[in-house]
Write a protein that binds this ligand. Structure first.
Ligand code: KMH
Ligand code: ZN
Length: 279
């Protein structure tokens, strides 16, 4: 068990509309402000989805590069781009975000129902993302929405080798309608299927945020929180901002006596090159 807790913030996502959630950071300035605020209270990684000037999700490379550069200029956070995009995004555009040269990128290990939609991740796309990240020196975070996707991870590593940096880090994304439930039981069921030496974080979507966070901490795991996944802080109380969610996660990590990991330690932990070399 590591002595500190890696906290990732997912501030925006691709599925909520700014009109419905006014506090959602969508402009470059809002994303930078959210990233700075979250770094100040304990986040070490930012998982980024990008919005266009009309606040809609976009994979436009110019815009993605602009957001990556702005976050790098204003924070020391590890920049992890989403390669999942929105449920409507085509595979080639999802692959092309790697051209923006992030430190890290998400990589989902299988297709999953996503509410009334389908989040499509066929094997060939998984392999292409994995091998392109190996070649480009980008560290994957393997996103797992259901137990069977851990079997896919084992097959991927067996056939195509370890990721860039050598360390396997998995995020269990729990509580998506269509994926595994956000419960301590489901989290515990995943643990024996993690590859040897791998570390894990967990994300509980919606009202599963707290139970998943507590279960992850108790099992030695790391945390991802943010408005991509959680819009209600407590019953009837909308999330004020991403900082509020990271501060709560950091507080629980301290109570677990595994305080938030620094950005520098996060780079070492994940196998990412140090900031001065990255810049
Ligand atoms: N927006 C979801 C369909 C990822 O970022 O890699 C997928 C997602 C996963 O958010
Ligand atoms: Zn995402």
């Amino acid at each position: 068990m590591t002595s500190s807790t890696l906290i990732t913030v997912a501030p925006t996502g691709a599925e909520s509309a700014k009109a419905d959630v006014p506090a959602l950071p969508v402009t470059v300035e809002e994303v930078v402000a959210a990233a700075r605020g979250c770094e100040a209270v304990g986040a070490a990684v930012v998982h980024l989805h990008v919005r266009d000037t009309d606040t809609r999700p976009t994979l436009d490379l110019g815009r993605v590069r602009e957001v990556v550069a702005a976050v790098r200029e204003n924070t020391d956070l590890v920049v992890q781009l989403s390669s999942g995009g929105a449920v409507t995004d085509p595979f080639d555009a999802r692959l092309a975000v790697l051209d923006a040269e992030p430190d890290a990128a998400s990589l989902t290990l299988g297709t999953v129902n996503f509410g009334r939609d389908v989040f499509a991740n066929p094997w060939d796309l998984i392999v292409e993302l994995h091998t392109q990240m190996q070649q480009r020196g980008i560290v994957p975070e393997y996103e797992v929405f259901d137990l069977g996707q851990l079997a896919t991870l084992a097959r991927l590593l067996d056939r195509y080798g370890p990721p860039h940096g050598g360390h396997v880090h998995v995020d269990l994304v729990m509580g998506v309608p269509g994926g595994m439930p956000g419960t301590a039981q489901a989290l515990t069921a995943c643990l024996p299927l993690l590859p040897a030496g791998a570390t894990f974080a967990a994300t509980g979507v919606g009202r599963t945020s707290l139970p998943v966070m507590l279960a992850a901490l108790s099992a030695g795991g790391h945390l991802r929180v943010g408005m991509e996944d959680t819009l209600t802080y407590a019953p009837g109380e909308p999330v004020r901002d991403n900082t509020q969610l990271v501060a709560r996660a950091a507080g629980l990590a301290r109570i677990a006596q595994r305080p938030p990991m620094t950005t520098e330690d996060a780079r070492t932990f994940l196998g990412i090159k140090p900031m001065e070399i990255a810049r």
